[in-house]
Design a protein around this ligand. Structure first.
Ligand SMILES: [Zn+2]
Ligand SMILES: [Zn+2]
Length: 172
């Protein structure tokens, strides 16, 4: 959603109240996938602080994703706070400041919401607090079955190290 901020660009203290729907497409991030079957709701405001624009908003809704431990589908509540500063490229703000740049008189809210969502939520959703996750040996969902694997198993990447340790044991 493009937000037209022309009415507040020149007036210090001027404010736009936000109460809108943000229709995000799904997102993939760090191997996790997120789908939004209904729009997220953004409520808050954006105002001219004299130097830049300040966006303060709360975003709520639902997301479909996977449990970070057992990968089963999860529908979770989204509830994040967004606090960002925005400045026009034309006003000479530099990239290295902690500020979001935009051109002209429109702010791309979707992208800001998506970025904030991903930064806030990555790896956080679980199907339940006590989720047992997947067996590292056979991949079974340990919430559903007790596969009986010996989970003292060592990740293949550590086997080289184990050889060294074993050999050292032999020497003793
Ligand atoms: Zn789980
Ligand atoms: Zn197993």
């Amino acid at each position: 959603m493009l937000l037209d901020v022309s009415s507040i660009l020149k007036i210090q203290g001027a404010k736009i109240e936000l109460d809108d729907n943000i229709g995000l497409h799904g997102a993939e991030f760090l191997g996790e996938s997120y789908r939004f079957s209904e729009p997220l709701r953004i409520k808050g405001d954006i105002y001219n602080n004299g130097q830049s624009l300040t966006l303060n908003a709360r975003v709520t809704g639902k997301v479909e994703t996977e449990c970070a431990r057992c990968l089963s589908p999860v529908v979770a509540d989204v509830d994040i706070e967004i606090h960002e500063l925005l400045s026009r490229v034309e006003d000479g703000a530099s990239e290295d400041e902690d500020i979001i740049l935009f051109d002209g008189h429109e702010v791309e809210l979707d992208e800001i919401v998506a970025d904030n969502f991903l930064m806030n939520t990555s790896g956080k959703y679980l199907c339940s607090d006590g989720c047992m996750g997947l067996c590292p040996v056979c991949g079974s969902n340990l919430n559903e079955v007790d596969c009986g694997c010996d989970r003292e198993y060592i990740d293949p990447r550590w086997l080289g190290l184990k050889d060294i340790m074993d050999r050292r044991d032999d020497e003793n």
